[in-house]
Write a protein that binds this ligand. Sequence first.
Ligand SMILES: [Mn+2]
Length: 366
Amino acid sequence: MQMTFRWYGEGNDPIPLSHIKQIPGVTGLVWALHDVPVGEVWPMDRILEVKGQAEKAGFNIDVVESVNVHEDIKLGLPSRIQLIENYKQTIRNLAQVGVKVICYNFMPVFDWTRTDLFKELPDGSNALFFEKAKTVDVDVTEVFDRITQGSKGFTMPGFEPEKRPLILNLFEQYKGMTEEKMFENLKFFLDAIIPTCEECDIKMAIHPDDPPWDIFGLPRLIKSEKNIQKFLDLNPSPYNGLTLCSGSLGSGTENDVAAIIRKFHDRIHFAHIRNVKHFDNGDFIECSHRSCDGDVDIADVVKAYHEVGFKGYCRPDHGRHIWGEEAHCRPGYGLYDRALGIMYMWGVWDALEQAQQRLGNIKTSA
Ligand SMILES: [Mn+2]
């Protein structure tokens, strides 16, 4: 398991690389060019700039999150042909600096959705919160505004200001869109890009829909074990794989995350690890990584990765905002709780490693 940490880039992330360097066992940065408009080719000089910054601080840049997919590709419009060519060129450019995994998602209109970015937890910390009632029969531009206005000035991926005037039009374009049709559009995209990925040795890793259910009347694809199987079958290449997010899938009470990992591990290229607490009315809140603090058994999730000999990349997905950092941190992306999450994961992992070694010693001496 290779530990990474998401970093939003120089001038776009309040956390200095020197602080990330002090978290034990982090070898790579998960990065993106957040200011390149969706659909455009990522310029080589900008990619090299990030590579230089990361290497100077002692990190690799093997994982990109995300190269976003243009809505026209998800909608299956004729303009997708050129947009897919651009996407392929970005893949080739990223291959030039040794990128190994590209995380992306195929969520319609909205990326992840929350209704409160700084909801207080009983211990005085706060975290990303989803209130189901605020997503039913609502004005979608209000949902958009709530996120952009509650983000303390940070531009949130998927909620870029230039998207706002297009929201209603986008919903109009998605009218009549079905899960089946979106799966077809996803297959068209995969079949077009996977040969380039194979040539470039870059693995594609789709992120589950968050939350994992249909929302605002739009179909969602990557939300259950059944749909993950369907997705993987769309294109059987090992380069067509998953970002397995325990938090996103774990928000759906019916998803057994550890069982999903055990089933699909050979197609998981990137692991997002985070816990989430469910409420009976369908609301959920993000919480500490510790198993007993939420409803996803994170110790068992780590155990599942250990059992299958997971060699891929991993990151603490989000964290709570603690020790006063909510005054200046990106929602979900403070320093401290993500660092604590990493130490929890290493704790479980190292204990499993040692147990395995002891078992090996017993077998050898027997
Ligand atoms: Mn995630």
